[in-house]
Design a protein around this ligand. Structure first.
Ligand SMILES: [Zn+2]
Length: 221
């Protein structure tokens, strides 16, 4: 009895300090879920697709939806340091893509360059990966480093995009033993041109993984 009372009290204060709102329309919702039912029903899911990494390597990509609302609101929230939105995006990727039906061993988030990380205070892809890890029981390993400050891909013409990302990623020295023979999942918030995922995967291919799959919150079409 007393326990139930204290539980209710704790929940009351939790809601008071951080009330559960829909991440898209900001409507108050009873439980902490990502979207209210109206926004959730508005998600237009997309099929998975394959992109080429090298001549002999392909990668399946899972996205929840195209880059449109309501999922877009979670991706944009990183600009104002909303870490909760990134966690919600991770939950959504797990619940609403085919990832649950894929056999995988490790999750690798696409890293931010340290200067961008310092400015934002967190990496949205890493927050997502941590959330997927909690739900799947698979570990997150930060095996890639961003050694070059890249410009935003969508600002560049197609030819410049590859140049922009060439040598952008480097695997850590201990990555080979973690990746070799493993089914790897790359995690990112948004796929714009696909080049970021491709160049990260190119670096991992050198370490002989069994397969590489990528998951993103949304894709730009
Ligand atoms: Zn809503």
């Amino acid at each position: 009895m007393l326990f139930t009372f204290f539980n209710c009290l704790i929940n009351f204060f939790k809601k008071l300090l951080s009330p559960p709102f829909c991440f898209n329309c900001k409507k108050f919702i009873e439980h902490r879920i990502v979207f209210c039912s109206t926004c959730f029903n508005g998600i237009k899911r997309v099929n998975s697709f394959r992109i080429s990494v090298t001549q002999n390597h392909w990668m399946n990509v899972f996205a929840v939806s195209n880059y449109e609302y309501p999922v877009k609101s979670l991706i944009l929230a990183k600009a104002w340091q909303n870490r909760l939105a990134s966690k919600a995006l991770g939950k959504l990727v797990w619940a609403e893509t085919n990832l649950q039906n894929v056999e995988f061993d490790i999750l690798i988030p696409i890293p931010l360059h340290w200067t961008r990380y310092a400015k934002r205070g967190f990496n949205q892809a890493e927050e997502m990966a941590n959330e997927i890890s909690k739900l799947s029981g698979k570990p997150v390993l930060n095996l890639l480093k961003r050694q070059k400050m890249t410009r935003f891909q969508f600002l560049l013409f197609k030819k410049a995009r590859g140049q922009n990302l060439k040598n952008a990623f480097i695997a850590t020295t201990w990555a080979k033993e973690e990746v070799e023979g493993k089914h790897v999942v790359l995690v990112d918030d948004l796929m714009t041109t696909g080049s970021t995922l491709i160049y990260a995967a190119k670096e991992l291919v050198k370490l002989n993984p069994a397969s590489i799959t990528a998951v993103v919150g949304a894709r730009v079409v």
